[in-house]
Design a protein around this ligand. Sequence first.
Ligand SMILES: Cc1ncc(COP(=O)(O)O)c(C=O)c1O
Ligand SMILES: N[C@@H](CCCC[NH3+])C(=O)O
Length: 401
Amino acid sequence: MTKFQALAQKYGTPLYVYDFDTIDTKFSALKEVFKARKSLICFAVKSNSNLSVLKHMAHLGAGCDCVSIGEVKRALVAGIPKYKIIFSGVGKRDEEIEEALQNDILMINLESEEEMNRVEMIASKLGVIARISIRVNPNIDAQTHPYISTGLHENKFGVDLDSAKRMYIHAKNSASLDPVGIHFHIGSQITEVEPFREAALVLANLLRNLKALKIEIKFFDVGGGIGIQYKDETTVDLYAYAQSIFAALTGLDVTLVCEPGRYLVGDCGFFLTRVLYEKNNGFKRFVIVDGAMNDLIRPSLYQAYHAIDVEGKEDHATSVCDVVGPICESGDFFAKNIALPALEHDDLLIVKSAGAYGFTMSSNYNTRTRVAEVALEKGEDRLIRQRESFEDVIALERAYL
Ligand SMILES: Cc1ncc(COP(=O)(O)O)c(C=O)c1O
Ligand SMILES: N[C@@H](CCCC[NH3+])C(=O)O
């Protein structure tokens, strides 16, 4: 029996499995290319927010990039030091800003002038000084899927260069704001260095202008976005990536911050699902599995490709099929028109590169219980999230008659 077959038998399917040793390898590789500068790697919690994953990041020395106060609290619960936590997002509620300030996190990343005014007001009310960063939208095409492209003016994220400059000047003169950071995040699953290089140059230039105005920024945050290989994409050469940022920063004494999500956890994750039936309607062959789009929505949402392995049948003849789930939507699929061997009830499929934006984007659609998560570390497996029960799913509902 293979490792995945044993895990499927022990924990049931569908199931997420994360290999923490892979996270270590990826983390060390990034730290290594940054070693010529002071750097802080802030893991993007949205990509995989399991507390054990975050705890593992804390052991590695990572901070966290968060997009809600819920994520900030997860990071704190997992033992990420408050001085390594960044809070970004285009729409923060007053209570979220207040709680972030009370928790004294590293910085709040501002995405509009309106937001700056609210943060200033709330900090003043609390009698604290808010450390802020500004997310600059450099209008650079990251050449990725339009839904995960964030650095163009048509996207809702960040502020343009002129507004950023105005905001820094305002913040510098405010008794309640301390401008400590500058930030860009131009998109996700980026496979070339060039967009990062261009964005770093634009922001470093702004930093020099700010320096001339005696506004000293300490943190240069290049966001996340480093792509992984799902199919046959080229991936970013990490060394060239780091060097292009260093080159932009020549002469500037700043701590480099990077916010990888997918790069750190994408490849470490496997989604295990069993075959329920094969069905051929005369037009098409369908492999129907027990996992569905509510468990892993990336194929349905972005037509994303995830390679699928069938262990033990590698040398069998294949034919073309769609791998689909039990949900009441034609968009419920893991793969379309892929070649797989003939499959039987209970055969195990392994959907690869599922560690990022897998479980965190899952839902209870069709009253399906969210699946269990398991960590693999140095050959040992541990349950890190129990499978939900039907009772868990309805627990917060009230049935008025
Ligand atoms: C502000 C910010 N930082 C970091 C990330 C992480 O992105 P990725 O998983 O592509 O590294 C995201 C998500 O795209 C983000 O919005
Ligand atoms: N959810 C997207 C990434 C979004 C990044 C969020 N800023 C994905 O699965 O690829």
